[in-house]
Design a protein around this ligand. Structure first.
Ligand code: PMV
Length: 327
């Protein structure tokens, strides 16, 4: 057994189909070149110690009990899925050793860019490498997905899927993952409202609305799926104008199911007014990030407009690299 191992995994943006994907419709998601790196080391005792300098949290688990060191209540909620990943892998390997897990991230948290899934995926890969446990990418995805269920309640699995496999995926719950081969550049400007929110709470809010208005919300969900299907064609044909228009429609549907907010609306409208081909919230909404599809000559105008409207701008690129074990 090694004494130390490291793995990294990318964050993501959902191009189209968030929320509707929880209800069985497809979504299109792409991996971005901002990554989470997890370093793991074997301990001589059985504790699982987890630390994230970026989040200012740390603590250890012993016999499923949590002992915070930094960050208190927040620490337990954020570190629990990482512990679940560690516990599953340690049990599978039949090891009596605990581990030290250190997380380094260049992704904003609770912003819709998939940081928690990237942490779970990178942790699973690093721990498998540490214990010389040969897991396929499919199994790493499954372990991370199980951990996501602890924090998000009923997630679709889109976040751990893109963090594991990278590239651009068409994702549909319980269906084989489809890799989309897109030959065009997708110039995206991300705007962060800096308002943190909980994905689980927003998913529950949509479930509740659907329960109360099954016919109406059911039609919106299906329309969300049709937007994705039409967008796959636009992507294949390199038709960014159509894609932008479909992103706008997708945003309005998300607004209709109650997951937009004033801060997101401001950034979305600022981006459109500055010449974006399309703009929408990305991820769970309620805060977090929006994305704008822009022609290259408009990137600066759109980025400036988002900043003027109070957003923090992130310029990222699509990456094909999913989870990587650093040798
Ligand atoms: O992790 P977030 O906040 O980017 O949201 C994930 C997308 C949702 O569709 C809202 C939830 C899910 O599990 O698919």
């Amino acid at each position: 057994m090694k004494t130390k191992a490291e793995a990294s995994a990318p964050g993501k943006v959902i191009l189209l189909g968030e929320h509707f994907v929880v209800h069985g419709e497809p979504a299109i998601v792409l991996a971005i070149d901002r990554r989470v790196t997890v370093t793991v080391k074997v301990r001589s005792d059985s504790r699982v110690f987890i630390k994230s300098e970026d989040l200012g949290i740390s603590g250890f688990f012993k016999n499923d009990q949590f002992f915070p060191q930094r960050g208190d209540g927040e620490a337990k909620r954020r570190l629990e899925p990482i512990y679940a990943v560690a516990k599953e892998i340690i049990q599978k390997c039949g090891s009596n050793n605990g581990v030290n897990i250190e997380v380094k991230s260049s992704l904003p948290i609770a912003a819709g860019l998939g940081s928690s899934a990237a942490v779970s995926v990178a942790s699973a890969a690093a721990l498998c490498s540490l214990f010389d446990f040969k897991e396929s990418k499919d199994n790493i995805f499954q372990i991370a997905f199980n951990a996501e269920k602890i924090i998000h309640g009923n997630p679709s699995g889109v976040d751990p899927a893109i963090s594991t496999y990278g590239g651009i995926l068409q994702y549909r719950k319980s269906k084989p993952i489809r890799r989309l081969h897109v030959n065009i550049d997708l110039p995206l400007v991300i705007g962060n409202t800096k308002k943190e929110r909980s994905t689980g709470t927003l998913v529950a809010k949509v479930n509740n609305l659907r329960r109360r208005y099954p016919q109406i919300i059911g039609k919106i969900i299906r329309a969300g799926g049709e937007i994705v299907e039409r967008s796959v064609r636009a992507l294949r044909e390199g038709d960014l104008e159509t894609l932008g228009e479909l992103m706008n429609i997708n945003h309005e549907l998300l607004s209709a199911i109650g997951v937009s907010c004033m801060e997101l609306e401001k950034l979305v409208h600022a981006a459109r007014n500055a010449g974006a081909l399309g703009a929408k919230l990305t991820g769970a909404g309620g805060g977090g990030c929006m994305i704008a599809l822009v022609s290259p000559e408009k990137i600066k105008d759109v980025a400036d407009a988002i900043e003027m409207a109070g957003g923090e701008v992130l310029i990222t690129r699509k990456t094909d690299a999913g989870v990587i074990i650093e040798e």
